[in-house]
Design a protein around this ligand. Structure first.
Ligand SMILES: Nc1nc2c(ncn2[C@@H]2O[C@H](COP(=O)(O)OP(=O)(O)O)[C@@H](O)[C@H]2O)c(=O)[nH]1
Ligand SMILES: [Mg+2]
Length: 438
């Protein structure tokens, strides 16, 4: 659907449109440019009042679903830091246009977070709202300040790591362009009517919370977007805040239900027998070590596609993976293997021949249309998270998120932090165990 252009809006002389135009130009006149020396104290009275401020963000387009989930955790830390000084809320970037979401004929853009995660659970960690609620609440499709985050053109000097942020000229070609009215247009999650009022490039080096000073002191904008937010690092990877944010990312109930039904019907797996009781309120969960048993099946995540195109040494051939699966089934005295994979049709046929007993979650077209590629990926992850034993693919964030889910459920780390080795890989180092900090 094409959004009406502002030009069309101005030529149609309805009273509402003119009032809006007036308000917008007023708002524009009130806005200051980014100036590093500007402090809240020097602003006109009222501008820095205790009004709610909105933090928006986006990630480099080629990044997949599971790295994006990681960037959310970094933004949650920043929001926590901001909240110590002012009332801030994180606006959840709608999902869409992801490279891996290739199912044809399904409209996969402007997807709200509630389709994948429980908003109530997220809100128990930090205040969050969906983008559409932001539009309603903030009164219009304008983002006052867009900061495009980038590294430093000169890189960093060896041995002198310091955390810093500086306004710099943009290194890459800007993905925003100014329209006739001086508004910035670009990719705002498929909301074509959204525009930025200011776009500035910032070179950043450090953890997410280094942005706090800029947001609190160097700008009075109430709505601020950090684009390319993956340039910021974790405040403290694996620390308490990290895990609180991670634990708050509870999968949406409708996806859990489908995963649980599949577990029950196809894998004879249920929470009571598996000792994986799900508690709705994550703040009250504290898994005892090695508490979970898991369902009577082996789960594997076989990442293919772009992971094999580069002939990576740490990714196995299907034959090697099948050998490993059979040897694990024997060792673990299990009969069933659940396979989560992004393999193409050819690879799937080959897999079926190599592992005839393999079980997969294969959605009907209706299910795919309803849950979308992101939902199917979550159902796969949920089923993998409940298995007696899991083995994943080297440095896949899809596999990493399964590790975390199993950690939350209280599995013995030996049954979780495993990965396939490449056919000729010499030092097949296994994934790191990240223990929950409660
Ligand atoms: N349903 C499903 N999708 C997968 C699986 N493996 C990969 N994908 C898709 O491919 C994407 C991989 O990108 P990403 O999430 O960034 O993980 P990474 O690239 O493996 O680190 C996922 O988000 C899914 O869309 C799988 O086992 N099941
Ligand atoms: Mg990826």
């Amino acid at each position: 659907m094409a959004a009406p252009s502002p030009r069309a809006g101005v030529t149609v002389l309805s009273p509402q449109c003119c009032l809006l135009a007036l308000l917008v130009s007023q708002a524009l006149a009130d806005l200051g440019e980014f100036s590093p020396g500007q402090s809240v104290g020097s602003l006109p009275v009222g501008a820095a009042a205790q009004e709610r401020r909105y933090l928006l963000y986006d990630v480099n387009p080629p990044e997949g679903f599971n790295l994006r989930r990681d960037v959310y955790i970094r933004m949650a830390s920043l929001l926590k830091t901001l909240q110590k000084s002012e009332d801030w809320v994180l606006v959840l970037p709608p999902w869409g246009r992801l490279y891996h979401w290739q199912s044809p004929d399904i409209h996969q853009v402007r997807i709200p977070w509630a389709e994948f995660f429980e908003l109530k659970s997220l809100n128990q960690n930090i205040p969050v709202i969906e983008y559409e609620d932001f539009l309603a609440e903030s009164g219009g499709p304008f983002i006052e300040q867009v900061y495009v985050l980038q590294g430093y053109a000169e890189g960093w000097k060896e041995g002198t790591w310091e955390e810093k942020v500086d306004q710099r000229t943009c290194i890459d070609q800007l993905m925003y362009s100014e329209d006739k009215h001086g508004y910035y247009r670009g990719w705002f999650w498929g909301y074509e009517e959204t525009r930025g009022l200011n776009v500035t490039c910032l070179s950043v080096q450090g953890s997410a919370s280094i942005m706090a000073n800029i947001l609190l002191k160097n700008t009075t904008a109430r709505t601020i977007m950090l684009d390319r937010a993956e340039n910021l690092l974790h405040d403290h990877y694996g620390g308490r805040d990290y895990w609180n944010a991670r634990r708050s990312m509870v999968f949406a109930q409708h996806l859990r239900i489908v995963g649980d039904e599949f577990r029950a019907n196809v894998l004879r797996s249920n929470d009571e027998a598996d000792k994986t009781i799900f508690v709705e309120d994550w703040t009250r969960v504290k898994a005892k070590p090695n508490m979970a048993l898991g369902g009577p099946y082996l789960a594997v995540h076989l990442r293919r596609k772009d992971f094999i195109w580069g002939h990576r040494e740490d990714v196995p051939s299907l034959r090697k993976a099948a050998e490993e699966i059979h040897s694990l089934l024997k060792k673990l005295k299990l009969k069933k293997v659940f396979v989560a994979t992004d393999a193409d049709r050819g690879d799937l046929e080959a897999l079926r021949k190599l592992i005839p007993e393999m079980v997969r979650f294969e959605p009907t077209w209706e299910e795919l249309e309803f849950f979308k590629d992101g939902g199917i990926a979550i159902i796969d992850q949920w089923i993998c998270a409940h298995a007696r034993y899991f083995i994943g693919t080297s440095v896949s964030t899809f596999s990493f998120r399964i590790h975390e889910e199993r950690e939350i459920l209280g599995f013995d780390p030996k049954t979780t932090y495993n990965r396939f080795c490449g056919d000729k890989e010499k030092n097949c180092e296994q994934p790191t165990h990240w223990k929950i900090v409660y």
